[in-house]
Design a protein. Sequence first.
Lengths: 159, 325
Amino acid sequence: MTIFGYLFVWFTLLLALCLQVMPLPDAWLVWRPDWLGILLAYWCVAIPQRVGVIHGFVLGLMLDLIEGAPLGQNALTLSLLAYLFLLLYQRFRVYSIWQQAVLVFVLLGIAQLLEQWLRTIFGPVSVSLEFLIPALIGAALWPWLFTMMQVLRRRLGIG
Amino acid sequence: MRPIKPLFSYGPMPTYRILLCAVLAFGLMFAEHRFSAVEAARSHLTSVVAPIQWLVSLPSEGMRWGAMAVSDKQSLIDENQRLREQLLTLSNRVQRMASLTAENVHLRELLNAPNPDDVPYITAELLSLDSDPFTQQIVINRGRRDGAYIGQPVMDASGLIGQVVSVSAYTSRVLMVADANHAVPVEINRNGLRFIVQGTGQLDTLDVTSVPATADIREGDLLVTSGLGGRFPRGYPVARVTTVQRESSQAFMEVAAEPVAQPERSRYFLLLFPPTPPSTEGLDGAERIARQVVWPGDPAHPNKGQISEAGLTAALKVQEGSESP
């Protein structure tokens, strides 16, 4: 992979990070898809030999700093997410795109669940099933995102 | 010729990496909980991501600017009119306030009570709302460089917003009173009864905890900071009581209140610098009394906490007086 390829990967991941922390009206917050999660998942599936757990850790740490979460909370969640996708990417590639979306929902949901657990460790929070909504919307976006990123990646010759 | 790419290839051993990352992450979380050095490191690291915070605040800034640029003349005139009226009301109030303050000072002098300080402040602007739906925090554009510190009270035009919980070089993060992790000591403006107000996680509801069933608290009562606990200065409005549920079988009432501050509408905030009592640790005798005599000093006096000549003389006199007879 060329330098340009690495730059492109980091550019898309940072873009996802920006989308993830973009200020939104309060009522819309729970409806924000898990941008960082699905982008990271995409790169883990597309070029597992280049992008993986460490990427998740670094991005998670940045997210912690921006969100003011306990340092390491999102880092752990995102590195776990990357790890799960690295474990499953062989199976993942032979699935149809809708099956992929379902699997994305399950894995993002697991990551979000872990995040909720960590939250409850660190302080009182109001717990509800709402935390699954970002995973659901992320999964719904997956087919489009995946197709678009594949086209982009092939055209740029990355991987 | 390019070598044939293997069909399936792992990066180097993801299992070891995830174990390493998990250990690191738990280590960080634990260390942050226990050691203050990590907090300091964090505030430096936060300066690194400040560009991203600034970048993501651009679209809403642009929207605001755009809305201003395309808004028609009529709405601008209306707004101008409204602001003028508001200005008139406020300046009227300020004038009354001046005479009332003078009267208050005078009465306090008659009673020999110490005068409350004017609290110095700096203004701050909203940088970003919290992107996390499960906590209530905001980020403002004042940081360590501007003198912001952890625990500093933050106000908006109408009431208490919350307190600063982390500070980086140019930004700081404010925990709002509505966060489930936040509590503030208050008193009822009407009769001075003291309570604790706790956040619920919802912006428009606060809990007034441990209210005895016999307490004199009514719907519509204004709750102001009581100044107990030493973090928030006294007398700033926090919330208005919305519901009081009295059940005869219970020893405590369920009281809910609504914050008077409008964090979802305000863009500008005040960071207060409440005067801290100067440290009297390690001092005794006249010097200690002198420090307490100086406190509470007037904010115009920049060397607050240092011993003033007058204070020391007064203290020495007090001491002589108590020793000689």
